[in-house]
Design a binder for this molecule. Structure first.
Ligand code: GTP
Length: 298
């Protein structure tokens, strides 16, 4: 049997479950998840190696109509990932009807000569009959290479999805070492865990305006000491993040610290600071400094 390997872009509107799917496929937490749109900012490659194939998944920031410079960079990252890959998986929420956002993506996909697999996610929330109607309706929208209904959360039908992807991938050797699961380093994973705890604990006004920078990392006698700065763009957000008598920042710090301790299997001391950088989302230099511009080449 020949070996297959290649890049698979996971695209879709915000909040459809792209990160949940990737984490389920890789059986490990690679991308952070939350119920707030646009959690994913970087193109995270998750790597799944099997006996006869290697799948390199590129998770893309949710595609949406850009409103600010950061939004435009996020969209661009998603398009670059689509152009460079061997196969595109477009994931939609099977519970939502076809909308303007989908038409926007479909239009973009039409111009690319790529095989597209449509993934209907969250089918755990649908009856068999409802699912059948959704399948029929999507089938009429475009000629997809395949339409695969799944539940990323319940890990339902994921093997079938992998089989269909494998069929499309070109023959070749592994692209990354077998034991590698992500091309992102430890520092990135640390800041993502902290960002996840911020998103989880705060309300609507925080998510889009937060960046986390790791300022210090020191391992002494198998004890990890970490210092990170949370950057927001308004004083009011700093207040929310710190909370009454520091209660919010403490909550974020302790939950991140616990997860980091489990991840690195050693004691961890995490210090967090909050800094205000007015309007950073509209400044190219800042977006670069915070590592959100990977594929922004203009
Ligand atoms: N019921 C159900 N919920 C799901 C499923 N997959 C994802 N979710 C939920 O949908 C929400 C969004 O999931 P994410 O994986 O963060 O979505 P995303 O597409 O990566 O979001 P962005 O990073 O904003 O682009 C979370 O609350 C998930 O738990 C599923 O199969 N069934």
């Amino acid at each position: 049997m020949s070996y297959k390997s290649g890049f698979i872009a996971i695209i879709g509107r915000p909040n459809v479950g792209k990160s949940t799917l990737m984490n389920a496929l890789l059986k490990e937490k690679i991308a952070i998840m939350s119920d707030k749109p646009n959690t994913t900012r970087n193109n995270i490659a998750g790597i799944l190696t099997q006996d006869d194939a290697q799948f390199v998944f590129v998770d893309t920031p949710g595609i949406h109509k850009p409103q600010q410079q950061l939004g435009r960079v996020l969209n661009k990252n998603a398009y670059m990932a689509m152009e460079d890959c061997d196969c595109i998986t477009w994931i939609v929420d099977a519970n939502q009807s076809f909308g303007k956002g989908d038409a926007f993506i479909l239009d973009r996909l039409d111009s690319m000569q790529k095989k597209i697999i449509l993934i209907l996610n969250k089918i755990d929330l649908l009856s068999k009959e409802e699912l059948m109607n959704v399948l029929i309706s999507w089938n009429q929208k475009a000629s997809f290479h395949a339409i695969i209904p799944i539940s990323a959360k319940e890990q339902d039908n994921l093997q079938e999805l992998l089989n269909v992807i494998k069929d499309i991938l070109p023959e070749g050797t592994p692209l990354y070492p077998e034991e590698m699961k992500s091309d992102h380093g430890e520092d990135f994973q640390i800041t993502e865990i902290i960002r996840e705890k911020i998103l989880f604990n705060t309300k609507e006004e925080i998510p889009h305006s937060v960046a986390v920078l790791l300022e210090n990392k020191d391992n002494r006698d198998n004890h990890l000491y970490l210092e990170a700065v949370i950057v927001v763009d308004r004083n009011s957000q700093k207040g929310i993040l710190i909370g009454k008598q520091g209660s919010m920042i403490k909550k974020i710090r302790l939950s991140a610290q616990k997860e980091l301790k489990d991840k690195f299997k050693c004691p961890v001391t995490l210090d967090l600071y909050v800094r205000v950088e007015k309007n950073w989302r509209n400044k190219d230099l800042k977006i670069k400094e915070f590592g959100l511009d990977e594929f922004n080449d203009d």
